[in-house]
Design a protein around this ligand. Structure first.
Ligand code: CO
Length: 203
């Protein structure tokens, strides 16, 4: 295991390498952030947003939780969305799931996991809403499908928040996108379920 000191050493080396390329980088960034995207993704350590899309600090506003779920009563996630949309004025919200998601796998099992089962309940619901689509599939195909359907469900949930609804009512530009990341090859896939102000969503 790497020691904590390694992390501080890494940090110094990282900060120096950025300052070498752009001496003003941190002083400029400390004045304000102007990210164009809000990324809502899984906490999984293999899915680091900035690295996946090769963006620098300041370019992407991030919220992560287990299995990238947007729950209507989750004040943490809703506050992030509100700040991103109303204050930072991001124009794109990206929900990014990933294949091989441990949260999705756990939700497919009957085994008990304790407290987290209450969180995973939201994924079990997605499975239940779409039960017929899983018939005849192999276990792996079911997992992949649930990873994708979960993203789709969360796109709908974001669109139905009062924050996004009000933004659209005011005629502001804001799109919500559903993507999925493949941890086996490092690539992103657009699930082509983007929603813009003119689209009609199921409420
Ligand atoms: Co995950």
């Amino acid at each position: 295991m790497k020691s904590l000191k390694t992390l501080f050493d890494n940090n110094l080396a990282w900060a120096s390498s950025i300052k070498e390329k752009d001496p003003e980088f941190f002083s400029q960034l400390s004045k304000q952030q102007t990210p164009e995207y809000l990324w809502i993704g899984c906490s999984d350590s293999r899915v680091p947003p900035n690295q996946i899309v090769n963006l620098s600090p300041g370019e992407i506003f991030v919220h992560r939780n287990i299995a990238n779920i947007v729950v209507h009563t989750d004040l943490n996630c809703l506050s992030v969305i509100q700040y991103a949309v109303e204050v930072l004025k991001v124009k794109n919200i990206i929900i990014c799931g990933h294949y091989g998601c441990g949260g999705i796998k756990a939700a497919m099992e009957d085994q008990e996991h304790g407290l987290i089962d209450n969180w995973l309940r939201h994924i079990k619901d997605v499975h239940r809403f779409n039960a017929e689509r899983f018939e005849g599939l192999t276990h792996d195909e079911k997992l992949d499908l649930l990873c994708e359907l979960n993203v789709k469900e969360q796109v709908t949930n974001i669109c139905n928040t009062t924050i996004v609804q009000n933004t659209w009512k005011q005629g502001c530009e804001l799109s919500v996108h559903g993507w999925i990341y493949n941890i086996e090859n490092g690539t992103l896939k657009d699930l082509d379920i983007s929603v813009t102000p003119n689209d009609v969503i199921r409420r």
